[in-house]
Design a protein around this ligand. Structure first.
Ligand SMILES: Nc1ncnc2c1ncn2[C@@H]1O[C@H](COP(=O)(O)OP(=O)(O)OP(=O)(O)O)[C@@H](O)[C@H]1O
Ligand SMILES: [Mg+2]
Length: 580
C-alpha cells in the first residue's frame, strides 16, 4: 500500500512541519486513551471502593477524582490538535493533487478527450477527488492515534494482568485479539474490487447527466424525455447496487469485532472467577481490553476506507499518468514569428490503428497562399487542417513550418503563430471584451475595438445591453450563430498570426451578414498563409490554391479555372455549391 502511495509523498513535503506536530499530538492522544484511561481507573477505583481503604480527607479525595478530568483533558486537547492538523495537511495535499489533475487536462492531447467522456472526467475531478479527500482525512485521523491507542491499551492489559496474576492472565486477556485480524482481512479483500466499481458507476451517472445537459434541445425536439429518464435511472440503479454490495461487507466489520471482543471479555470473566481476581483489578483490565478493541475496530474501518481511496486514486491516476503524446521535445526551438511556409511531407494519418484517414500527402503551401480545401464530406479536410496546430501529430511523415518539423518547435510558439476560426466557435462565460482579448491578452481597448470593426462585429456589440461588457452566457448562449462567428473572426484579427485556419461555417447566414463576413475575410487573409475549408463558392474562387480531397488523398490541385476545366470531381462539387 505504501509503495503505491510513494509518488504522492512529495505532496507532503511542504507540510512536513505540520505533519510532525500532528503526529506528536496523535501519539499523546493515543497513549492518553489506551494507557491513560485504564491507569486512571486503577488510581481512582481502589482508593474509593476497595475494602479497608483508608478514610480520605476532602482534599485527598478531590486529588483522586480529579484524575478523571485530567486524563480526558489531555486526551481531548491532544486529540483535537491531532485531528485538526491532519485535516489541514490532508486538505492541502488534496488541493495540490486536484490542481495537478486540472493542469494535466489542459495539456492532454485532443485524442484523449475523444476516448474519455466529459461526464466521466468530471466525475474523476469531483467525485474521485472528493472520495480521496475523505479517505485522506479519515486515514490521517486514525493512522497515528489508533496504533498509539492500541499499543497503550495492550501495555495497560499486560501490566495490570501481569502484576495481579502473572503471565497466564495476560494470555487469557489477550487471547482473542489476533482473531480480529480475520474479519479485517476478509472484508478488505471483498471491498477492493467493489470500491473501484462504485467510482466507475458514479462516472457513468455523471456521463448521462452531462450528456443530457448538452442536448437539452434534442431531448425536446425528438421527445427523448422518457428515454433519457430511463437511461439515468438505469445508471443510477447500477450505482446503487454497487454501493450496496460494498456496504454489505463494510458494515459487517464493527459487529464482528464487537462479538470477538465480547467473547474476550467473557473469557476473561470466566478465568477471573476461577482465580478469584480482585474486582478493582478486573475493572481496570476490562477497561484496558475494551480500550484495545476500539482502535482495532477503527483500523479495520480504515482498511476499508483505504480500499475506497485506492479505487478513486486509480481513476485519478488514469488521467494524471496519461501519456502526453503532444508535448515539447527537450530540444524544441523557439519560433518568434513565422514567415508561414507550410509543407506536408509524406503525411499519413489515422485516428485508430488500421484506419488511414490521410494517405502519404505531399503538399507545399508557400507563405501568403490562400489555400482552399474542398472535397466530399469525410474526405479528410478538417483532419488535414488539424495537423497544423498539432491538435494531432501525423502517424508517419512530417509537417513543417518555415522548414522546421512542427514537433521541433515549442508548442506555445507554434500555436502563437496560428489563428483559428472554428466552424462552431466557443465563447467563455465572460464579457464580449474578455472573449476577444483571449486572442491577445495585452491588446489595448482601441485594438480590441478595431478588430471588432474589421470583423463587422462592432455595431452589433454596441447594440448589446452593456456593449463590450455584456456577459455572453455559457458557451456564448446569448448570442446568435452569426454573431459568435463574427466574434471568432474578430479574435483572429486581434491575434494577427501569420498562419490562419478557417473552418468555414455552412450555416445559412442572412445575406447581409454573409456579405459582411465575406468582406471581413478578404481583409483578414491578406499577407497570411491561409487554410480555409471552403463551402462558399466565392471563397473557393478567390483562393490562390485549391486542394481537392477525396478519401484521404489530394486528388487534384490548382486554381479555380484550371480545376473547373480539368477535374470532374471539382466541377461537380463546385456546380452543386453554386446551384444551392
Ligand atoms: N476523432 C476521430 N476519430 C476517428 N475517426 C475520425 C475522427 N474524426 C474524423 N474521423 C474520420 O476521419 C475521416 C475524415 O474526417 P474529416 O473530419 O477530416 O473530414 P472532412 O473532410 O473535414 O469532412 P466534412 O466536410 O464533413 O467536415 C472521416 O472518415 C471521419 O469519420
Ligand atoms: Mg470537416
Amino acid at each position: 500500500m505504501f509503495a503505491r502511495l510513494r509518488p504522492y509523498f512529495r505532496y507532503l513535503q511542504p507540510q512536513r512541519g505540520l505533519l510532525g506536530l500532528a503526529i506528536f499530538c496523535g501519539i499523546i492522544a493515543g497513549v492518553a486513551s489506551g494507557f491513560g484511561l485504564p491507569y486512571m481507573v486503577k488510581q481512582v477505583f481502589p482508593a474509593i471502593f476497595a475494602e479497608g481503604a483508608l478514610p480520605l480527607a476532602p482534599w485527598e479525595l478531590a486529588k483522586v477524582v480529579l484524575w478523571i478530568p485530567a486524563v480526558f483533558l489531555l486526551r481531548g486537547v491532544a486529540g483535537y490538535f491531532n485531528t485538526y492538523l491532519l485535516q489541514l495537511v490532508g486538505t492541502r495535499v488534496l488541493e495540490a493533487l486536484r490542481l495537478d489533475f486540472f493542469r494535466k487536462l489542459q495539456v492532454l492531447p485532443l485524442s484523449f478527450f475523444q476516448r474519455n467522456s466529459t461526464g466521466d472526467l468530471l466525475s474523476r475531478g469531483l467525485a474521485d477527488a472528493n472520495q480521496l479527500q475523505v479517505t485522506l482525512t479519515t486515514v490521517a485521523n486514525e493512522i497515528v492515534r489508533s496504533p498509539a491507542t492500541l499499543i497503550g491499551a495492550l501495555g495497560a492489559v499486560i501490566w495490570t494482568a501481569y502484576t495481579a496474576n502473572g503471565g497466564m492472565l495476560v494470555l487469557v486477556s489477550l487471547g482473542t485479539v489476533p482473531l480480529a485480524v480475520i474479519p479485517i482481512r476478509y472484508i478488505g479483500k471483498k471491498l477492493i474490487k467493489r470500491a473501484g466499481q462504485i467510482q466507475a458507476e458514479l462516472g457513468a451517472v455523471t456521463s448521462v447527466l452531462s450528456e443530457n445537459l448538452t442536448a437539452t434541445k434534442e431531448v425536446r425536439a425528438f421527445n427523448l424525455e422518457e428515454r433519457e429518464v430511463g437511461r439515468f435511472h438505469r445508471a443510477s440503479q447500477t450505482l446503487i447496487r454497487a454501493q450496496m454490495k460494498f456496504m454489505k461487507y463494510e458494515k459487517a466489520l464493527t459487529p464482528l469485532i464487537e462479538i470477538i471482543s465480547a467473547s474476550g471479555i467473557a473469557f476473561t470473566l470466566y478465568y477471573a472467577y476461577k482465580v478469584r481476581l480482585d474486582v478493582n483489578v478486573f475493572i481496570t483490565l476490562i477497561t484496558a481490553i475494551y480500550a484495545g478493541y476500539e482502535p482495532i475496530k477503527k483500523l479495520g474501518s480504515l482498511n476499508n476506507e483505504m480500499k475506497r481511496g485506492m479505487g478513486a486514486l486509480d481513476r485519478l491516476e488514469a488521467v494524471l499518468n496519461a501519456p502526453l503524446s503532444i508535448e515539447d521535445r527537450p530540444a524544441a526551438k523557439p519560433l518568434p514569428r513565422a514567415r508561414g511556409d507550410l509543407a506536408f511531407e509524406n503525411v499519413t494519418f489515422s485516428y485508430q490503428a488500421g484506419e488511414l484517414v490521410l494517405l502519404e500527402l505531399q503538399q507545399r503551401i508557400p507563405a501568403g497562399t490562400v489555400c482552399a480545401l474542398v472535397g466530399p464530406s469525410g474526405a479528410g479536410k478538417s483532419t488535414f487542417a488539424n495537423l497544423v496546430p498539432r491538435f494531432f501529430d501525423p502517424t508517419a511523415g512530417r509537417v513543417t513550418l518555415d522548414g522546421h518539423d512542427l514537433r521541433d518547435i515549442r508548442l506555445a510558439d507554434l500555436r502563437r503563430n496560428i489563428a483559428i476560426v472554428p466552424q462552431d466557435p466557443v465563447l467563455f462565460n465572460d464579457t464580449v471584451r474578455e472573449n476577444l482579448r483571449i486572442a491577445r491578452p495585452e491588446a489595448k481597448p482601441a485594438e480590441v475595438e478595431e478588430a471588432a470593426r474589421a470583423a463587422f462585429a462592432h455595431d452589433f456589440i454596441l447594440s448589446l445591453p452593456q456593449g463590450y461588457d455584456t456577459m455572453v452566457g455559457e458557451r456564448g448562449a446569448r448570442l446568435s450563430g452569426g454573431q459568435k462567428q463574427r466574434l471568432a473572426l474578430a479574435r483572429a484579427f486581434l491575434r494577427n498570426a501569420p498562419v490562419l485556419i478557417l473552418d468555414e461555417a455552412t450555416s445559412a447566414l442572412d445575406s447581409e451578414s454573409e456579405a459582411a463576413i465575406q468582406q471581413a475575410l478578404k481583409q483578414l487573409v491578406v499577407g497570411k498563409t491561409v487554410l480555409i475549408i471552403a463551402h462558399r463558392f466565392s471563397t473557393i474562387r478567390d483562393a490562390s490554391l485549391i486542394l481537392v480531397f477525396d478519401r484521404g488523398e489530394i486528388v487534384a490541385r490548382g486554381t479555380h479555372a484550371e480545376l473547373h476545366a480539368g477535374n470532374p470531381l471539382y466541377r461537380s462539387l463546385y456546380d452543386r455549391q453554386q446551384g444551392s
